[in-house]
Design a protein around this ligand. Structure first.
Ligand code: SF4
Length: 303
């Protein structure tokens, strides 16, 4: 089947089955182009509340599809590639959180949404990179356990100096591998460019940045900035989205091979098969879904 025919088939199936396709900013270009909605984790979570469709095809990684199921349990949620996981989410298990809870009984547990459903079931409130600072600042406790991303946690700590924040030693291996020297080199090569980086990067890389932004905030930034050149310090799929939003700006990668293999697993054919065969259906047992949803509902109160 040619790409053009496949796109037509996807559109036909979508209509027949009353489906919506949503995609994370890091997805392949073809997948972003066929999606009804493209966004960061927070935007996608908000979109899931009250979405009008029978089927949600979630082009992202597994914890995101689980999140969609938690927030929209009356819909069928399909993850086109069941092997699209998140190594950061896998750095912490349910048992780890239970032990941490015993060690820090007075702390409020805040988890980045990049966690698996069984971990979400044991925390107090979720956050994304777009609202982590606001949530840590506003929870009514000065003692926080923040998990699983130590880089995002370190970033948050700069803005919340009056609170004790215990960090889990996890990270996104895609953002964490980006080195200071390489980003500094990119800055030297493009002296007039503004550098924007994601807070999942290491603290020394974040220090180099003109602005540290979630991917949703990056979209807002490029729509409003006067800058003509921007160096982008996050997964390179983001550049496709930014070019669409601000075609007058020249974008550069902050580093070579800034690619999340899990986000890149899904291609057009996977989306087509997912819709045709209605797979892979993400279903959590009711107790797990309800427990995990509490942390997401708490987060959504801060919008
Ligand atoms: S970019 Fe990092 S945090 Fe996002 S899905 Fe890939 S490994 Fe997980």
């Amino acid at each position: 089947m040619t790409k053009e025919i496949m796109i037509e088939e996807i559109k036909k199936l979508k209509k027949e089955k009353n489906a919506i396709i949503v995609a994370h900013n890091y997805q392949n270009e073809d997948v972003q182009n066929i999606a009804d909605f493209v966004g960061d984790s927070l935007e996608l979570a908000k979109k899931m509340v009250g979405v009008e469709a029978d089927i949600i095809v979630f082009c992202g990684v597994k914890f995101m599809a689980e999140m969609a199921h938690m927030l929209s349990s009356d819909k069928k949620v399909l993850l086109p590639r069941i092997d699209a996981g998140c190594p950061m989410a896998d750095t912490i298990t349910e048992e780890d959180v239970i032990k941490l809870r015993e060690k820090y009984p007075e702390h409020t547990f805040i988890a980045y949404v990049n966690t698996n459903a069984d971990v979400k079931a044991h925390i107090d409130i979720c956050c994304t990179s777009a609202n982590a600072v606001t949530i840590v600042q506003n929870v009514k406790n000065d003692k926080i356990v923040f998990l699983p991303d130590r880089n995002l946690g370190n970033y948050v700590q700069q803005f919340v100096k009056n609170k004790e924040i215990v960090l889990w030693d996890g990270c996104c291996n895609v953002h964490d591998k980006i080195r200071f020297e390489e980003v500094q080199e990119a800055k030297k090569s493009h002296e007039n460019a503004v550098l924007i980086v994601h807070p999942e990067c290491r603290p020394e890389v974040v220090k180099l940045a003109d602005h540290t932004l979630s991917t949703g905030e990056m979209v807002k930034f490029v729509k409003e900035t006067d800058a003509k050149e921007v160096i982008v310090g996050t997964e390179e799929g983001m550049i496709h989205r930014l070019r669409k939003e601000a075609p007058h700006i020249t974008f550069y990668n902050a580093a070579r091979n800034f690619v999340c293999p899990n986000m890149k697993r899904t291609n057009l054919e996977d989306v087509y098969i997912a819709l045709k065969e209605e797979k892979y259906n993400i279903i959590l047992d009711q107790e797990l879904r309800e427990k995990g949803k509490k942390g997401l509902d708490e987060m959504l109160k801060y919008l």
